[in-house]
Every structure is written in C-alpha cells, then in structure tokens.
Design a protein around this ligand. Structure first.
Ligand SMILES: Nc1ncnc2c1ncn2[C@@H]1O[C@H](COP(=O)(O)OP(=O)(O)O)[C@@H](O)[C@H]1O
Ligand SMILES: [Mg+2]
Length: 336
C-alpha cells in the first residue's frame, strides 16, 4: 500500500442520492459513508444498479436531474465539501483537482473535434500555461497505454475503436494532474489482457503521482490486482469495505461471499464457481425496511425482514449485516 502525505483524503459521509421516478423520489445511494485513504486505490464493485456510478458522480457534485443529492457530504482535503461547490469553483475542480472518466466515456468525446483539439480546449479551460507540455504529457500517457499518441490526437472519435476511446478517456482524466481520480468502469470495452495491462498502468501512474484513486468495476477479478481497498455496494449501500486482500480472503458479508463464489479466478476452481442466485433490486423493488440483500441471502434471519443492519467497523473493516459475526467483546467500556 502506498501512502503519501501529499495525496488527499476523501470522506463521504451519510450520502443519500435520489432519482425522481413515477413512484416519487427513490434512493440510488442511501446513507453511504466511505473514506478513501490518501495514496490508495479503492475499488468499488457491485452488480449493475447498485449505485456505483451515482456515487462516482457525487464525488464531483455532478449528479444531474432527475437525480438529486438529498443528504450528506463529500469532503476532499484542500477542497472542502464538494457538494457545496458550484459554478466556476466546481468547473475548475472537475478535471483539474478531481480527474474522472465517467461510465461510457467511449461515447462522451465530441464527434466533431479531433482528440487533440479537445485536449487543447480542456487545457485552455483550465488555464494551462504550457499547452505544448500538456500535449507531450498526453502523448506520453497514450504511448504507455500502447497507442500512437500523435495519431490518436489527430483522430476524430469515429476513427478510434471503443478500447482506444476508453484509453483516451483515461488519458484525459490524468493529464491535468488531478490528485483525486475517479474512474467509472474505465476498461470495460477492452479485452481481458488489455484490461489487465491498462489497470496496471493506472496503478503505476497512481503511485508515481501519489494520487487517491477510486476505480469502479463490475469485475471483482480485475480490480483485485490493482486496488488496496475494496468497497462492495448493494442496493445503494456500501455493505462491506476494507483492505482488499482481507475482504476477498475472508469476506464477511453474504453478498461479498456470493460475488466471490461466482468468480472462478477467485474461488480457485472453475467447477466450484457458482452464480449468485436471483437478481439485484431496482429502485422500484428495493425493500423499504430491513436488509436490502435479504431476498437473496443464504444467512437470512428474522431480524433482517424489519431492521436495516447497522454498518459496523472493527479490525479496520466495515460490514453491514446482522449475520456477520462480531468478535466476542473483550473489555468493553460499557461495563463501567
Ligand atoms: N437518470 C436516472 N433516472 C432514474 N434512475 C436512475 C438514473 N440513473 C440511475 N438510476 C437508477 O439508480 C440506480 C443506481 O444506478 P447506478 O448508479 O447507475 O448503478 P451502477 O453504476 O452500480 O450500475 C439504478 O437502479 C438505476 O436504475
Ligand atoms: Mg455504473
């Protein structure tokens, strides 16, 4: 694990984000608290619809209608609560202080301008004095990711493959030297080998620059290789969080256990890999009381029907589950 005092800490507290639906405003992220340790990579995993992208957008105060951040804070060292930033302050923060690749970055480039022109626009909009150096940095980043930088910068979006566009997105997230970087499914358009290579390069750049990085993926196996910490999301909650080797090695939440069992690379034996039964909830089917995972849970108890499990932290690990055993209380202060 890399720790560097220059890297900022990110503290998400009690974050709730709702989307307006025909059935009213429903939460996509519910009371999430998550700290990104300075200088570390935190992976976020969870099935589609668990709220990963909504959490990522919140780190940049970029949730758009019909969505709305209903409660909570996102404190970033040196920036304060980004949920209180607006207008010009917010525009300057995005890209320069917090670099990002949003999901489907392959299609977010401007089709009418070359990548190089968009890079220069980005540099100018952030008052980068040395645009030549910016272009040189961009080329170097693209070259590291196996692309011909000069050629990519001269290209329009339609001349690039999905995988190339994704690497352009990663380059744009890194090129302004932001110290917090948020990558939402940055490698999904890539084949397995290229995906592993790109994640390794993200790791290298992260270490060289002492960043605090969040990488979202639905591929637990891929992120296992690069992340320091892992947060597991389900139904808009972070149900488990901790050092990645521990979370994957001794998962405490039944959902994490199920996710791991479903991955041959992690469960160790392809014949033992078993898909998690059932489907994740949507905003409309999310239970309003009790544990959001109970319908699919093999450790379900009576209390899970009515009481939402509290998020409990011990041994540096966080878990929200009634059935996840706590260690026997030794010397509890409440005795006094
Ligand atoms: N613009 C939107 N309008 C309504 N519901 C949305 C919108 N965006 C996301 N959602 C819902 O919010 C939940 C979380 O979505 P999202 O954050 O994209 O999850 P993930 O990235 O984990 O797949 C899902 O149920 C999704 O359908
Ligand atoms: Mg997503």
């Amino acid at each position: 694990m890399t720790r560097d005092s220059a890297a900022p800490e990110v503290r998400v507290r009690d974050l709730t984000v709702v989307y307006k639906t025909p059935a009213g405003e429903l939460p996509a992220v519910s009371g999430v608290s998550l700290t990104l340790t300075p200088g570390t990579i935190t992976g976020v995993v969870g099935e589609s619809g668990s709220g990963k992208s909504t959490l990522a957008l919140s780190l940049l105060n970029a949730v758009q209608p019909p969505g709305r951040i209903a409660a909570g804070s996102v404190e970033i060292d040196g920036l304060g609560d980004v949920l209180h930033l607006g207008g010009e302050d917010l525009r300057r923060t995005r890209g320069r202080k917090v670099g990002y690749v949003f999901q489907a970055a392959q299609s977010s480039l401007n089709p009418l301008k070359t990548v190089g022109k968009q890079l220069l626009d980005l540099g100018r909009s952030h008052d980068v004095a040395d645009l030549r150096a910016l272009v040189a940095d961009a080329k170097a980043l693209l070259a590291r990711m196996g692309l011909d930088g000069a050629r990519v910068l001269d290209s329009h979006q339609h001349e690039l493959s999905g995988g190339m566009r994704q690497r352009v997105g990663i380059m744009l997230a890194l090129v302004l030297n932001a110290q917090v970087v948020v990558l939402d499914e940055p490698t999904t358009a890539l084949d397995m080998i290229t995906q592993a290579t790109i994640l390794r390069i993200i790791r290298e750049v992260h270490e060289e620059r002492a960043l605090t990085t969040l990488v979202i993926t639905h591929d637990v196996g891929a992120v296992a290789e690069v992340a320091d910490d892992l947060a597991v999301m389900y139904g808009g909650r972070v149900v488990e969080h901790g050092p990645i080797a521990e979370v994957l090695g001794t998962p405490r939440h039944p959902y994490t256990q199920g996710l791991i069992r479903a991955i041959p690379r992690l469960s160790g034996d392809i014949s033992l890999a078993r898909a998690l039964p059932g489907r994740p909830p949507t905003l409309g089917t999310l239970p309003v009381a009790g544990c959001v995972f109970r319908e699919r849970c093999d450790k379900r108890m009576e209390i899970c029907e009515t009481v939402e499990p509290e998020t409990v932290t011990y041994d540096g690990r966080t878990v929200a589950c009634h059935a996840a055993g706590r260690p026997a209380p030794v010397k509890r202060r409440e005795y006094a």
